[in-house]
Design a protein around this ligand. Sequence first.
Ligand code: E4P
Length: 222
Amino acid sequence: MELILDTADTSAIAHFNEYLTIDGVTTNPSIITKSKKEFETVIKEILEILDDKQSLYVQVIATTCDEMVEEAKYIDSLRNDNIYAKIPVTSEGLKAIKACKKIGIKVLATAIYSANQGFLAALSGADCLAPYVNRMDNLGDGVQCVLDLIQMLKANNMDTRVIAASFKNTRQVHELITGGIQSVTVPTDVLANMMSHPMTDIAVSDFTNDWKTAFNRTTLVK
Ligand code: E4P
């Protein structure tokens, strides 16, 4: 399974990249604006952290097909490989996804709020799909919707990758990993909660204290 960071916070990307195996970074317009940096600056900084195998996903802003395709071409030009244009699954977006497929631009179909929408984006040629788990949870059952989408793709022998997105808690991530999700893109607060447990810190502290009491040092070898 792929673990992707859903942030444009370059300090956080560098931090998690040091401690975990990170497969890429997803951004969207709101995430970019939160960085308070110019678009080109933040993308350049993220690319300085990522290695060639780690993917970057950048979203178009335009809302008409032709303009979305132009922006997707620009996004595609930002890097030699492993860059995806994120295109929202509106009607114009579906048309743009078809057009991008024809000219070989890699696409992550995004802002997916139903399994049917995701499935249609896959039929249009999207390389991957980003269903919005928490946002769908607010309207019904986001996790189930993603599981349905996975099943629809499987039933049709389609290898379109599902990158579950829009997580607000570790339970949502856990349920999708259990359900066989291929990729998750998680915000840094959710990932931090997945990584640590206060009881682990207490256990380690107890081990250290016992060792120190017995041997008056806190390392294995003298
Ligand atoms: C990622 O690709 C999405 O843009 C993102 O996960 C949306 O998350 P949000 O619902 O927290 O805005």
